[in-house]
Design a protein around this ligand. Sequence first.
Ligand code: G1P
Length: 295
Amino acid sequence: MIARLRTVVFPVAGLGTRFLPATKVVPKEMLPLMDRPLIQWAADEAVAAGADTLVFVVNRHKRAINDHFDLAFELEQRLEAGNKTELLKVVREILPQQVRPVFVLQSEARGLGHAVLCARPAVAEGSFGVILPDDFIVNREGPGALAQMAQVQAEMGGSVVAVEPVEWKDTGKYGIVAGAEVGARVSRIDSIVEKPRPDVAPSNLAVVGRYVLDTRIFDLLERTKPGAGGEIQLTDGIAALLAEQPVHAYRFDGVRYDCGTKFGYVHATLQLALDDPEIGAQVRRLMQEHRLADT
Ligand code: G1P
């Protein structure tokens, strides 16, 4: 069975202070990796998992995200008049025709759990995906991370969160899960906790920004009290969900780049540049030259 996820939620109302001053006016999700903004890489991953409804949870400073997914009438007209068919295709294919973007406001920054809850009116009953665009995941050989997770959900039921091992010293930056292995790359979670210190973390298996959740999570998030950092945490909603249904931790196939940090962002850019058919060889040469110059 080929699984698909109809609705994917993108919580994108965060501030992006790590990239100031670049993000003073431009939302961090609009920063480009090569020729596409982060949000578009995320949207592409959702569409590849079968999504036809993309729910962007934004605030009043994220207008550029709406504009990116809107029809650019003048631009298209000009490209058409100038016979720039290739470019016209690039602009038109930002979203395939069958895909509908929906924008939901999160007026107050009350946490990731609250952001997901804001999407509730736009999400149909059943399972839905969540992508945090900062966590950029590339799987060169096969399906994207969210498509892999949709498959796991279809086979095993319940909900699924993407995880990867991190260094113990970094547990305080992530949701951390513990559980028992129940299949290839899959374990059933028995505890999940938001940003524990290394000395109290139940494992070093960290949640990264991909979730396939049962809509049951919404009722639970309604009741979730502010947790770590005084915010309503998605992790705490998932902890409540554990009492009702299996939640699986899935070690996805692919490489994650934390584009919420400068290093991760540069790393992702470099990798995409090296893989690019147009400039890859040139970038490789440049790196080799630098190595020679440094030694
Ligand atoms: C959020 C989640 C955390 C998760 C992380 C993945 O944290 O709260 O559980 O591990 O995303 O990137 P944030 O990075 O927003 O602080």
